[in-house]
Design a protein around this ligand. Structure first.
Ligand SMILES: Cc1ncc(COP(=O)(O)O)c(C=O)c1O
Length: 304
């Protein structure tokens, strides 16, 4: 079997992106339908959010808004926090992260290990509570901070427009017919979708969303009941699939049993949505983006 040469790079940051596309042979698909997963846990910080973190920090440096005397700050339910902590550390910046107390201990330890300072908000106010808090912190001493602001920063979708979209186009040889991904900040869907639409207007971009506001799919947002991210534009996707928390969780088990993929809960939800799409087709090439691995969710919540 011929294998692509392993990359040789001068910085860990160069290993962000270029993640593998893996075939997912789920049952119940027509012979003419291919389902592929973009496995984002191959990024060095373990999730898709490394792409956004790198893009936000690079754009901050380019515009002059981020200078060495500033602390990078943002709110995150976890993966962006890890991405910012990793990229900030590699580039020599101080990083401060605001997150709900309920974020897994593992995630908190990881950010701490990269040297980030953590600020906790009430678990019940979720990611929106952390957003409100980080805005207060920045408003109190704006000159101290570079506010990454992943919910408003165009560098977030730009990361996907510049990297995720082109990679998928290239990996499928331009054959992709459907792109499926979960909605959190919406950066993934907005940026990847825009690129794919520009390459081929017929590609259907499908956003996966929790069925209601009180859900257990970390990283995803139910737009009707959430603080809607400024970078989100409903016209950026062609369809929306609504998923129950339980179905997302069950899909994680199914992905493990049938394909040996240990995936996170939002990845389970996205894969559930992608299977719905794939099952409705007689032919097509469906690509689903899986943001992180199940490894992230093995330990308990809070400080247990
Ligand atoms: C686990 C997980 N899934 C999905 C998403 C959603 O990605 P995006 O913010 O690009 O919409 C995130 C974002 O933080 C995430 O951490």
């Amino acid at each position: 079997m011929s294998r692509t040469p392993a990359p040789v790079v001068s910085s860990i940051l160069e290993t962000i992106g270029r993640t593998p596309l893996v075939r997912v042979p789920l049952a119940g698909l027509a012979d003419g339908v291919e389902l592929w997963a973009k496995c984002e846990w191959f990024n060095p910080g373990g999730s898709v959010k490394d792409r956004a973190a790198l893009s936000i920090i690079n754009e901050g440096e380019r515009s002059g808004a981020l200078t060495k005397d500033k602390t990078i700050v943002d709110s995150s339910s976890g993966n962006t926090a890890v991405g910012l902590a990793l990229v900030g550390r590699a580039k020599g910046y101080a990083v401060e992260l605001v997150m709900p107390e309920s974020v897994t201990r593992d995630r908190k330890c990881l950010c701490g290990a990269y040297g980030a300072r953590l600020v906790y908000t009430d678990a019940f106010s979720g990611s929106d509570g952390a957003i409100v808090k980080v805005r207060e912190i920045v408003a109190a001493t704006p000159q101290r901070y570079f506010y990454a602001d992943q919910y408003r920063n165009p560098a977030n979708p730009l990361a996907h427009y510049r990297t995720t979209g082109p990679e998928i186009w290239e990996q499928t040889g331009g054959r992709i017919t459907h792109f499926v991904a979960g909605l959190g900040t919406s950066g993934t869907v907005m940026g990847t979708g825009r690129y794919l639409h520009e390459r081929d207007a017929k590609v259907r971009v499908v956003a996966v969303e929790p069925s209601d506001g009180l859900h257990g799919l970390e990283g995803l947002k139910h737009m009707a009941s959430a603080l809607v991210p400024e970078i989100y534009d409903p016209k950026g996707h062609d369809d929306k699939v609504s998923v129950e928390t339980d179905d997302g969780y069950k899909m994680c088990g199914e992905a493990l049993e049938t394909c040996g993929l240990l995936i996170g809960h939002s990845a389970g939800a996205a894969l559930w949505g992608a299977r719905e799409v794939a099952r409705s087709l007689r032919s097509g090439v469906v690509v689903v983006l899986l943001p992180d691995a199940g490894e992230r969710y093995l330990v308990g919540q809070g400080n247990k």
